[in-house]
Design a protein around this ligand. Structure first.
Ligand code: BTN
Length: 335
């Protein structure tokens, strides 16, 4: 959870955002927050270190002149256009091992629905299949906690719906992308975003789940390890432009909120967005090779069912449903 210092930091940011272009008196602000002038001064210094800019005028106060591109709660929340239940609390860390691990640790004692952990850098980011997820500065590394989201039988919907939410948000921000089964996001055939869900279940329900989303945004490919450069990409690499990450996170949370609400209310999970998923898919209609625990199979990905399983037509004409696995390649393309 957030420390008291972090909560005061966010209150200070909120106060400045609510007073754009006006100098804020240090005296008034420290009184309003119940902290000393020295404590306020220290907070202002640490805000400057994370990219905020202030103009200080003697006897008048501080004026906010610069806002950083970081996933801080007040910056994300002011980008929300509708009230949602996800992201009412965002714990932003300059660095952590893994936002999923951090969220899981908190969820063990108190799984607060909608609690988000975001980090500027991850030192031990985790990918699927126990892989390392390189998470340099400039990316979006965050985890959303959802409580009692669905039946165990629908657990796969959590990641499938998350990929749809990310897809919609990227499209809304002008990024050309596709979904690769089961839940990777590609840009021009290369991986831009991965999703890792971890959950606690009982016999029937998912008690809580942490949905970790990692997106390569405002950094170049040189910041990723050499071995993934042929198959991964970043938004900056593809568009030569930077995206304001708080706005993208607000959109992802908004889309995710709508999809997860429908899922937990029983109005529909993946089945509801299946057609949209197919339209966005980089997989359907391709010849694929899928690595599964029971062995690799090859064939044409012809459809996806209401549970998110892939229908593969093999060379001998037989069809099979694949529930989980990893697509290795499709013809000569890396999708
Ligand atoms: C994949 O292998 O495709 C999944 C990658 C998931 C990475 C994200 S980054 C935020 C969250 N924290 C982690 O340690 N992993 C996930």
């Amino acid at each position: 959870m957030q420390s008291q210092t972090e909560q005061i930091r966010d209150d200070i940011i909120r106060h400045f955002l609510n007073h754009p272009n006006t100098p804020v008196s240090g005296e008034d602000l420290s009184q309003a927050l119940g902290i000393s002038r020295t404590a306020l001064w220290k907070q202002i210094r640490s805000l400057e270190k994370i990219g905020f800019g202030f103009e200080a005028s003697p006897r008048v106060g501080y004026r906010l002149t610069e806002i950083p591109d970081e996933l801080l709660e007040p910056l994300v929340q002011r980008e929300l256009t509708t009230p949602i239940s996800l992201g009412h609390k965002i714990c932003w860390l300059q660095s952590c091992a893994s936002t999923n691990d951090y969220a899981l640790e908190i969820a063990k004692s108190n799984p607060v629905h909608g609690f988000v952990v975001a980090a500027s850098v991850q030192e031990g980011g985790k990918g699927r299949y126990g892989r390392i997820w390189t998470s340099p500065r400039g990316g979006m590394w965050f985890t959303v906690t959802v409580q009692n989201p669905c039946a165990v039988a629908q657990a796969a919907d959590l990641t499938l719906l998350a990929s749809v939410a990310v897809f919609r948000a990227l499209k809304a921000h002008g990024v050309d992308c596709q979904i690769k089964w089961p839940n990777d996001i590609l840009c021009h055939g290369k991986k831009l975003c991965g999703i890792l869900a971890q959950m606690r279940t009982n016999a029937e329900r998912v008690e809580y789940a942490v949905i970790g989303i990692g997106m390569n945004v405002n950094f170049g490919i040189a910041d990723l390890p050499e071995e993934v450069r042929a198959t991964a990409t970043t938004i900056y690499e593809e568009t030569q432009q930077t995206l304001y990450r708080p706005s993208l996170l607000a959109k992802i949370l908004t889309e995710l909120d709508a999809l997860y609400t429908a899922l937990s209310d029983g109005y529909g999970g993946f089945a509801l967005v299946r057609e949209e998923w197919k339209q966005a898919s980089a997989t359907i209609g391709r010849h694929v090779s899928i690595r599964r625990s029971e062995g690799t199979i090859e064939g044409m990905a012809v459809d996806i069912d209401n549970r998110g399983s892939l229908l593969i037509e093999m060379d001998d004409g037989q069809t099979t449903l694949v529930h989980s696995g990893e697509i290795l390649f499709s013809s000569s393309e890396q999708v």
